[in-house]
Design a protein around this ligand. Sequence first.
Ligand SMILES: C[S@@+](CC[C@H](N)C(=O)[O-])C[C@H]1O[C@@H](n2cnc3c(N)ncnc32)[C@H](O)[C@@H]1O
Length: 294
Amino acid sequence: MAKGHKFGGDWTADKLERVEKYLKAYAVIMNKKQFSFAYIDAFAGTGYREEKKILDKSQLVIFQETEIAEIEQYSEGSARLALEVNPGFKKYVFIEKSKKHFVELQKLKGEFPDKAKKMEFINADANSYLLDLCNNRKWQNCRAVMFLDPYGMQVEWETIKAIANTEAIDLWYLFPLGIGINRLLKKKVEDIPPAWASKLDNILGTTEWRTVFYRATSEETLFGAETGFIKDADFSKISDFVMQRLNSIFSGVAKNPLLLRNSKNNPLYLLCFASGNPRGASIAIKIAQDILKR
Ligand SMILES: C[S@@+](CC[C@H](N)C(=O)[O-])C[C@H]1O[C@@H](n2cnc3c(N)ncnc32)[C@H](O)[C@@H]1O
């Protein structure tokens, strides 16, 4: 696969650059310690990301004006970026559900032969695999950085809880704030279809959002007062709620999660960091907060 050069500036690149910075800092610190430590990429993708780039005017000179000034390019995805970190991790766990992406992902073994023996590839649903990994393995002498980078609302709260319970994992979580939660929160709570409400319960791990994000109203109509619950939640309120949920189970949570917006300035995701290890959390949070600064 041709490796395109990386154009900066977009939110995906921004996200990956920040996680990559943390991986570098983490690996330097952990290589001086006695722990076995891993990088766990639970929505690993293919190892590269495909993106379309609209060329700017200075690049247009090589194109005829009639040609579409857009090119497809490949940039490094999270799995490949993690493998490029040196000094490296003791182990790499790559989880990917799609068979097609998984086949592509495994080519990383050939690309990084010196690290091939340290890589584990899992073709499974991230939630089921992580529940087993977190709940049924001994974590006392192990540490890990985990990256949850789903497209949407795939990660269940039970999974996040299991990750926190290991007290050994530092978590980067791309929370689907705009593309997920906010879209499901209809203006009136009673208009939310049951399947959506249950999705919100699953991702937030509570039913409390109904009272936090909605307030009671009463409207005078011809037939008397009509009562109901209307949405009273903007992106900042939803973010605060997500932070509060993470704070309730992790040893530490970075106070400045990063709101990632698309080119039209619409909020898409919230990049959050949480640390599960009571002893390591304060330094981990300090590093992550620094990386998350604009
Ligand atoms: C946003 S992409 C990941 C991009 C990757 N982190 C990168 O930087 O290249 C999300 C990936 O998660 C996979 N996926 C979706 N649902 C999943 C699930 N339940 N468990 C594991 N992987 C899943 C998709 O097939 C897709 O490859």
